[in-house]
Structure formats: C-alpha cells, structure tokens
Design a binder for this molecule. Structure first.
Ligand code: FDM
Length: 214
C-alpha cells in the first residue's frame, strides 16, 4: 500500500560456524525489534519444510548421499523458493532476521574444495542483505562449551569447521559486522541489538534493496 512505500524492512543475515549461537540470537533479535516498533520475522536456511528442504535435511543427516555440486544447487534452490515471499515482506515494512544465507553455502562448499566463483553463481540475483552479522567463535569453542548435541550432523566435525572458518574469512567485506560470540548470551545480544536497529532505521528511511553479489 502506498503510505508504506519507501519504508521497507531490513534484510539482516546471521552467519557463523555451527553452534555459534545464531539460532537463539536470531529469536532474541526478532523479539527485541518487535518491542522497539520494528515488526520482524525469522527466516532460516536451509528451510527444511519444503520438498527441496527435506532432501537437504536427509543429506545432512547422512540418510542420503549427493554429489557436492548437486547439494550445492539444492541449497541455492531452497533460497530461490523463498525469494519472492521475502521481498514482499520487506516491501511491507517487515524486517527479516535470517539464520544463514548464501554465505553459508559458499563457505561450506569452498571448504570442500569447489571453485568459489562456481559456488557463488547460482545465488546471483537473490536479495542482498543490508547487514551480515558474523558470530565469531573459535572452532574449538564448542568443545569447551556447554552447547550440547554437537557432532550429530554431517558437517559437525572440528577439522571441517576449521576449513569453513577459513572460507568465511575470504567472503567477509565491509558490510559485515564481526560479533564477539564468545561472550555471554546477553552480551552478544546487546552488541547485536544496536547495530541492527541502526540498519532497520536506514532501511525505513529509504535505502533501496539490492541483489547478490555486491
Ligand atoms: N548449510 C547451510 C550449508 O552447507 N549451505 C547452506 O547454504 C546453508 C544455508 O547446513 F552445517 C549447512 C550449515 C549447517 C547445516 O544448518 C545445517 P543449521 O543452521 O544447523 O540448520
């Protein structure tokens, strides 16, 4: 509707290694934004609820085997399935907090040795985030932490996580904010809240949406 045009929501992506706290922080962010008068919703990739998402889920649980290129394209298709929904929500003024996005796939596939340009190509034209928050933990962190349940899925191995951490370093640019995720849950939450609020204000004031890859 016309009175709302020009006051779009922000597209905010959380990235980081497995068990860095992305999921609980994204829920907290949505609640914080809602309270501050910025309607917000949570998205999460992979979205395991679609048919493609179920294929991805069975791969991650090692119930199925797929060629590295095939799984890469499925992860990308899973984001394309949600593109128009995400765009319409943003245009209606809703801020989207997204737990993992294209950077995850590129980092994970690059860690397996796939060519980085090949990895980036299928996500070209997806909505570009206004802000990427990288929750920084050392790959060893989860071993000493009480974050339980680690190691069940395909990628949850220390050596592999170290490679993913290196691949993320290559993808970082100026639009990324690095969050020290070794702090308490509340400490991390406070760091993120003000950064995201600034971003939501900028978008509400008319910053235009753009597309990957910037
Ligand atoms: N993952 C996630 C990828 O490999 N590529 C992607 O594009 C995305 C979005 O899926 F190991 C990996 C990262 C992780 C696994 O993610 C499941 P969650 O956040 O644990 O559900």
């Amino acid at each position: 509707d016309k009175c709302r045009s020009g006051s779009r929501g922000a597209l905010v992506v959380l990235e980081g290694l497995d068990r860095c706290g992305k999921t609980s922080q994204s829920t907290r962010l949505v609640n914080n934004l809602d309270e501050l008068g910025y309607p917000a919703e949570l998205f999460r990739f992979p979205d395991r609820n679609t048919v493609i998402g179920q294929m991805i889920s069975s791969y991650l649980n090692s119930d199925s085997q797929l060629d590295n290129h095939t799984i890469h394209l499925l992860f990308s298709a899973n984001r394309w399935e949600k593109r128009s929904l995400m765009e319409s929500k943003l245009q209606r003024g809703i801020t989207l907090i997204v737990d993992r996005y294209a950077y995850s796939r590129v980092a994970f596939s690059a860690a397996k040795g796939l060519d980085i340009e090949w990895c980036k190509a299928p996500d070209m034209g997806l909505l570009a985030p206004d802000l990427v928050l990288y929750l920084d933990i050392s790959p060893e962190f989860f071993l000493s932490s009480k974050r339980g349940g680690y190691g069940g899925e395909r990628y949850e191995q220390l050596e592999f996580q170290k490679k993913v951490a290196q691949a993320y370093q290559v993808l970082r640019d100026d639009s990324w904010k690095i969050i020290d995720a070794n702090l308490s849950v509340e400490g991390v939450e406070e760091q993120m809240k003000s950064i995201v609020l600034d971003c939501a204000k900028t978008c509400r004031n008319g910053k235009s949406l753009s597309e990957l890859w910037l």
